[in-house]
Design a protein around this ligand. Structure first.
Ligand SMILES: [Zn+2]
Length: 268
């Protein structure tokens, strides 16, 4: 293409928004045909010759139709999209359920690990605890438990990490909630989980209820802390991870991580 043709093309395309007011903005994720930049929030103009709504990529300058077109394939794509959306909804929900169950399991595992059936004769041979039962008695606190502090820091650490992951998970997979909703969930889940674990512990070992409640409450506290930090740091951490791991050309697909916090999406 010679320079005259290029200049003619430039003036032709420049006309479409010359002085004209935008008629709309792109309000969903659409990607530039030229460079892949996310066109979300960019203004839409009516092309003054054809009347077709167009959007200009601010990254590479390319003009393109603002609508994504309709073909015979479209209804099928819509059906497939609905199917994938349902799969996505179920995946998101299952992930959340797994995290909630995990929080309960960690609290329960602590009580289970630190107690032992009563009525045992305990011997320690070569640093190994050996117990023999004539007859099983009620649960007792395991006073011969080895590496107590190692176990305790490991299990509370896991509790914290799981709750942090849970908070971050919400911030990433359901970015449209309001902040108060995230906070509500990360406060309510550990408390409800703690209640359920405390009740079932009371069924199993009512005589150790007070002892167990200390651990259950500590787990709930650690999980609230982890969850709140996950909500506060979740999206900044995700943005950092995206910039660290993904090349600039593919990052626009995850621009919502910036837009959800009203931050401008960083240009490549
Ligand atoms: Zn572009």
């Amino acid at each position: 293409m010679n320079s005259v043709a290029q200049r003619t093309l430039a003036t032709t395309s420049d006309r479409s928004n010359n002085g004209a007011a935008p008629v709309a903005v792109i309000d969903l994720d659409r990607f530039c045909d030229g460079c892949g930049y996310n066109l979300r929030t960019l203004p839409v103009y009516l092309d003054d010759r054809t009347g077709i709504p167009v959007v200009r990529c601010t990254e590479c300058g390319r003009y393109q139709a603002a609508s994504d077109g309709a073909t015979a394939l479209r209804p099928w794509l819509n059906r497939l999209t609905a199917l994938f959306l349902w799969a996505w909804v179920l995946t998101v929900f299952s992930g959340f359920v797994l995290i909630v169950l995990g929080e309960g399991a960690l609290a329960y595992a602590t009580l289970d690990e630190l107690t032992v059936r009563g009525g045992a004769t305990t011997q320690i041979i070569n640093n190994t605890v050996i117990r023999t039962w004539q007859r099983m008695g009620p649960l007792e606190v395991d006073t011969a438990y080895r590496d107590y502090w190692l176990f305790i820091s490991g299990i509370y650490g896991s509790s914290f990490l799981l709750a942090f992951t849970g908070g971050m998970y919400l911030m990433i997979v359901v970015p449209h909630w309001r902040r108060v909703a995230y906070t509500g969930v990360v406060l309510a889940v550990p408390l409800l989980v703690g209640l359920v674990v405390a009740f079932s512990w009371n069924e199993q070992a009512p005589h150790l209820f007070g002892w167990g409640l200390t651990y259950v409450a500590a787990h709930a506290g650690v999980q609230v802390l982890g969850g709140v930090l996950g909500v506060v740091l979740g999206r900044p951490a995700a943005r950092m991870l995206v910039r660290l791991v993904l090349p600039a050309s593919i990052r626009p697909r995850l621009a919502y991580l910036w837009l959800a916090d009203n931050k401008p999406f960083p240009k490549a």
